[in-house]
Write a protein that binds this ligand. Structure first.
Ligand code: ZN
Length: 147
């Protein structure tokens, strides 16, 4: 169990240090900005939809290690997903972070963020990229805030 914890820690640190899919996305079809004033995290998620499929997804912005690692992991996982599958994963991830458990197996490496549920203030950091993604999939141009 402790080895697993260490592995998860490493994963978060690694994604924070070398975030994947960070930078501007050319030819994006949807985007949204998310802001978590409690922590000062600010994330912009941009994606390119090909029909119902997320053909590409990137993020920009700055914030704490948890928000950055969460955004990095999210973009890594969601590339190639349908928007419906992305929504399902959003719900599983949210259930995990609110302590409802749910099936962690399907979350794969996103389970690295499972312990965040013990720190309610940090849950907003971990959820921010996902809430921003959700907003970007809405038809209205979006700017969301966790407050
Ligand atoms: Zn944060």
């Amino acid at each position: 169990m402790n080895d697993m914890r260490d592995l998860y820690q490493q994963l978060i640190l690694d994604h924070n240090k070398s975030p994947r899919n960070k930078g501007p996305l050319e030819n994006s079809t949807s985007r949204a900005v998310g802001h978590n004033p409690l922590c000062g995290d600010r994330i912009e998620v941009a994606l390119r939809l090909d029909g119902d499929m997320i053909a590409d997804i990137k993020f920009e912005g700055s914030g704490c290690a948890i928000s950055q690692a969460s955004a990095s992991m999210m973009t890594t996982v969601l590339k190639g997903f349908s928007t419906g599958r992305a929504q399902e994963l959003f719900e599983k991830f949210h259930a995990m972070l609110t302590g409802d458990g749910g099936d962690m197996e399907q979350l794969g490496k996103l389970a690295a963020l499972a312990d965040v549920y013990k720190f309610p203030a940090r849950v907003k950091c971990a959820m921010l990229p996902w809430r921003t993604l959700e907003a970007s999939l809405d038809s209205q141009p979006a700017m969301i805030s966790t407050e």
